[in-house]
Design a protein around this ligand. Structure first.
Ligand code: ASP
Length: 341
């Protein structure tokens, strides 16, 4: 029987941390120690290769440089491995999974992100189940090769499309949610795959990595009472090329004239403004309410039902492509990797 060869990429996160005996704070530990803590890995029906960041990080220190590093590792091992499991802290895992989904084009193998809420050495750890099942998920095959051919995120018995997830809880084992897209797989006695929801890429296109990201971007969250002065600081910053504006409900904002005039001025300068909802679920629908009609008129781009994590990483990705404003809008408002409905 064919045995999948899985590459385990260790970037850091709680999964491999230990407590500093003096302060009690959790800090990253080395990978070999992590593997010793899981002898069960030897029982899996696949071979496992490992690559570790030289200095594992808490994912709060994650940055596009590290995303490029992960993409490069995947590219190096793409032909020799059947699937990839990335061990990553949960804090920014949804950002990394979203970014990687855009950076890896025509993926035909699984890239599964996972981590844990408790370190692997903890008696009540969730790390073992998350890691072991992620490796099994990455090893799943049918006559056509790997079953999962996209970037996923596995946590607490569920596999989600990575660019649809958000971290919703800092304490529960169920730390992630995917409110606008069903889970791809559920782990119970059996692994129940929701085949209809998987990406089915065409074999006609070659795998390609995009290893540039533009970080001249920001996220601005609206709140009742936000002032013109404060918003000017965020939107008139000299290097800004694109901004994700977190609006209310279905993409609504205040209709005050200063606000519309400011956004309009920013768009005239050639800066893209993306309208994403600050709700965890649902979609932007500009024009549904009077409070979003003007936004559509002045040229905001709709993020549809994308998460903020997907919206900002898609912006970083598309800004490197030197697209005309029309093409930029067309590309942004269409699904590139299953990130929007
Ligand atoms: N602070 C940790 C990290 O994101 C939390 C975790 O791993 O769950 O690296």
């Amino acid at each position: 029987m064919y045995q999948s060869n899985i590459l385990l990429i260790y970037t850091g996160g709680t999964i491999g941390m230990i407590k500093n005996p003096e302060t009690g704070a959790l800090k990253s530990f080395d990978f070999d120690n992590l593997l010793i803590k899981i002898p069960e890995l030897k029982l899996l029906d696949c071979t496992i290769e490992t690559v570790s960041f030289e200095e594992p990080i808490d994912s709060s220190n994650m940055s596009p440089q590290y995303w490029i590093k992960i993409a490069d590792i995947i590219e190096t091992y793409y032909h020799s491995c059947d699937g990839f499991v990335v061990l990553h802290g949960s804090d920014t895992m949804s950002y990394t999974a979203s970014a990687l989904s855009f950076m890896l084009e025509n993926l035909s193998k699984p890239v599964i992100f996972t981590g844990s809420q408790l370190p692997i050495g903890d008696l009540r750890t969730d790390a073992k189940e998350n890691l072991i099942t992620s490796i099994q998920v990455a090893s799943l095959r049918d006559y056509d090769g790997p079953i999962i051919k996209e970037v996923g995120l596995y946590f607490e018995y569920k596999l989600y499309r990575g660019n649809r997830t958000t971290k919703i809880n800092a304490e529960h084992f169920e730390a992630f949610a995917s409110l606008n897209y069903p889970e791809l797989l559920e782990s119970g006695v059996h692994l129940k795959i929701n085949k209809d929801f998987l990406i089915k890429p065409s074999n006609a296109f070659k795998f390609k990595i995009h290893s540039q990201l533009n970080t001249n971007v920001s996220i601005v969250k609206l709140f009742p009472g936000i002032s013109e002065k404060m918003l000017q600081v965020f939107l008139l910053c000299s290097d800004l090329e694109g901004v994700v504006l977190e609006t209310y409900g279905a993409g609504n904002t205040t209709t005050q004239q200063w606000f519309i005039d400011l956004l309009s001025k920013v768009i005239q300068k050639g800066i893209y403004i993306i309208n994403v909802t600050q709700c965890s679920g649902g979609s932007v629908l500009m024009g549904q309410y009077e409070t979003s009609e003007k936004l559509q008129e002045i040229g905001l781009i709709s993020a549809g039902d994308m998460t903020t994590e997907a919206a900002i990483t898609k912006l970083m990705y598309l800004l490197t492509k030197n697209l005309s404003p029309e093409l930029f809008r067309t590309k942004y408002e269409q699904s590139l990797r299953g990130e929007m409905s």
